[in-house]
Design a protein around this ligand. Structure first.
Ligand code: FE2
Ligand code: FE2
Length: 150
């Protein structure tokens, strides 16, 4: 089982979004460390609950950045967030605190979902925000400098 490591190449805004993604990687690693061995379905429920709490604020952070920076693909990105949220809700409904082989099947489903999130959403869609986040940061730095010069 190989854990995921944060890497500078994953950086998007050197700020709140990077912190959010680091948190998501922590959650994914907690899942990976289980290595498919669950004491109970509750362990999966806990991971999904944590993911759910994280998602609301994170998606809001990204959508705010997109609005302020004039990111062009906002609607498509919003739809992806909506789909991830729906899938997460469905998984949470499906995972019931029962044991047996059921929990392993659910564990695999959750694994597929987390992989899709990381590789399809973060690596492909979130990365498109990077130039916009940089432009915004430069504008903010310039504004701070001219304010300091006054
Ligand atoms: Fe993200
Ligand atoms: Fe996103």
């Amino acid at each position: 089982m190989k854990l995921i490591e944060w890497d500078e190449r994953l950086s998007i805004d050197k700020g709140v979004i990077d912190e959010d993604h680091q948190k998501l990687i922590e959650i994914i690693n907690r899942f990976l460390k289980k290595d498919g061995k669950y004491e109970s379905a509750q362990e999966l429920v806990d991971i999904l609950d944590e993911l759910d709490a994280y998602t609301i604020e994170h998606f809001r952070n990204e959508e705010n950045l997109q609005r302020i920076s004039g990111f062009p693909d906002r609607e498509a990105h919003y739809n992806e967030h909506h789909r991830l949220t729906r899938t997460l809700e469905k998984l949470r409904e499906e995972v019931r605190p029962t044991g047996g082989s059921y929990v392993n099947v659910m564990g695999e489903k959750v694994g597929d979902f987390l992989r899709e999130w990381l590789f399809d959403h973060i690596f492909k869609s979130d990365m498109k925000m990077k130039p916009y986040a940089e432009k915004l940061r430069r504008a903010e730095e310039a504004a701070a400098q001219s304010a300091a010069a006054e």
